[in-house]
Ligand binder design. Structure first.
Ligand SMILES: [Zn+2]
Length: 191
């Protein structure tokens, strides 16, 4: 069983081609897809920078501006969970990592796909998207021991199905996916 599982994890790991990287950039500029977020990880020496972008639908189940007390509380609760980066994205203890900075924002996403754009934005719940943007700085005493990443993101946020993960290190760029069924990444040899 273990061997099969390891094989699947490796198969999901694809070295990025320039075309794929370009596609990823285009995807970030266009409308987001509900259920799908992105996690960018940049490693430089002992420093790891992470950026998470996720549709509001994935995190709190709505994307309009929070108006009720319940909705406002849901946004604040989600921000608090996302702020604690090493709880959401667990790195191996032997890498001795600690979070230095965390910043989580809930941003309105505006699309310019027609003249009626501004009118559309005024209408409640129509043509309106919002995203959670989180940026983190982490330092690890032994970054070479970051051989994997495990997340409780999907357990925490019911609408999230997939994270497209981009990892950039001195060795190059790697793309992979974490999903509700596979909330783990094998980073062996990537650092
Ligand atoms: Zn949306």
């Amino acid at each position: 069983m273990l061997k099969i599982f390891t094989g699947l994890v490796s198969a999901a790991f694809i070295l990025a081609s320039p075309a794929l990287a370009e596609e990823a950039q285009h995807r970030q500029l266009g409308p987001h897809v509900h259920g799908q977020g992105t996690l960018d990880i940049a490693v430089e020496g002992k420093k790891i920078e992470m950026e998470l972008v996720a549709p509001g639908m994935d995190i709190v189940g709505f994307e309009h501006v929070a108006s009720t007390d319940e909705q406002k509380a849901a946004v604040e609760k989600a921000k608090a969970k996302l702020t604690d980066v090493l709880s959401v994205f667990k790195l191996p203890a032997v890498a001795k990592c600690k979070a230095e900075t965390s910043n989580v924002e809930n941003r309105k996403e505006v699309h310019h796909d027609g003249d009626e754009d501004h009118d559309e934005d005024e209408k409640e719940g129509h043509a309106q998207h919002s995203e959670f943007h989180a940026t983190y700085t982490i330092t690890c005493e032994a970054p070479e021991n970051v051989t994997g990443l495990e997340t409780i993101y999907f357990a925490n946020f019911a609408g999230a199905q997939l994270l497209n993960v981009n990892v950039t290190t001195s060795k190059g760029q790697t793309q992979a996916q974490m999903t509700r069924d596979k909330p783990k990444l094998d980073l062996t040899g990537v650092m």
